[in-house]
Design a protein around this ligand. Structure first.
Ligand code: KIV
Length: 263
């Protein structure tokens, strides 16, 4: 069964939603075959696979290229394209044009945009024009310069109230689900209980309706420390590095290729 934004929304109050990022057809096919219902082509790809320091330099062309690859690797999962920095902030018209490109050219099923109440007009316009939207509040990495770093959000009661208002506004605007990033678990749970759309947490506690993690963090692929909210299910970096080193040694010593690899 191909997942749609509507079907994912119906999971509210039922089975929890496991979401993962993927950036290419190969990893998307693995994630899809594992039964993950929704794949996010996150702009985190800027840091995880493109070598940027932050998500800010990621361009529309890069996101379109990777989203199209993910869509080619998927049979059932919902493919959500993350709209990169400055592809939707300047105007609703630009947001519509770029979100349209994700659907028309890259075959995304939905888009994700960061921001709360102040982004409601954009979310509404996208939804009205047939493009399902996943919201994203809390720690929003595209505002990292204004936030002053990757910090937990909503610790004070004033901030928590603002995030609750933002969540309500995003739901009201028509988003089918909402990512809650880096906030105290009690706030994640309170927001989740107040909304009729599913919340997808990342560092927002177990009270959310689902969770999202970055594929390369989950599998320990980077060889670098991961955030506290990540549970690693494998440690692939040293495994891959030692396999590559073994290949180099075999070529240098002449033990590869052997007769069995010859025609
Ligand atoms: O870019 C990304 O991967 C994200 C998720 C981690 C929520 O925005």
């Amino acid at each position: 069964m191909k997942w749609t934004a509507g079907k994912l929304k119906e999971l509210k109050g039922g089975r929890k939603i496991a979401m993962l990022t993927a950036y290419d057809a190969l990893t998307a096919s693995i994630v899809d075959a594992a039964g993950i219902p929704a794949i996010l082509v996150g702009d985190s790809l800027g840091m995880t696979v493109l070598g940027y320091e932050t998500t800010l330099p990621v361009a529309m062309e890069e996101m379109l290229h990777h989203t199209a690859a993910v869509a080619r690797g998927v049979r059932e999962a919902l493919v959500v394209a993350d709209m990169p920095f400055m592809s939707y902030q300047p105007s609703v018209a630009l947001a519509l044009e770029n979100a349209g490109s994700f659907v028309k050219e890259a075959h995304a099923d939905a888009v994700k945009i960061e921001g709360g109440a102040f982004r409601a007009e954009t979310i509404e316009a996208l939804v009205r024009n047939g493009i399902p939207v996943l919201g994203h509040i809390g720690l929003t990495p595209q505002s990292i310069k204004a936030m002053g770093g990757y910090k937990v959000q909503g610790r004070s009661s004033e901030e928590a109230r603002r995030l609750m208002d933002d969540a309500m506004a995003v739901e009201q605007a028509g988003a089918f689900a909402l990512v809650l990033e880096c906030m105290p678990p009690a706030l994640g749970e309170a927001i989740s209980k107040s909304l009729s759309i599913p919340t997808i947490g990342i560092g927002a506690g177990a009270g959310c309706d689902g969770q999202v993690l970055v594929f390369t963090d989950l599998l320990g692929m980077s060889g670098r420390p991961v955030p506290r909210f990540v549970r690693k299910y494998a440690e692939l970096h040293p495994l891959m590095a030692s396999a590559v080193a073994a290949y180099r040694e075999d070529v240098e010593s002449g033990s590869f290729p052997s007769d069995e690899h010859a025609y």
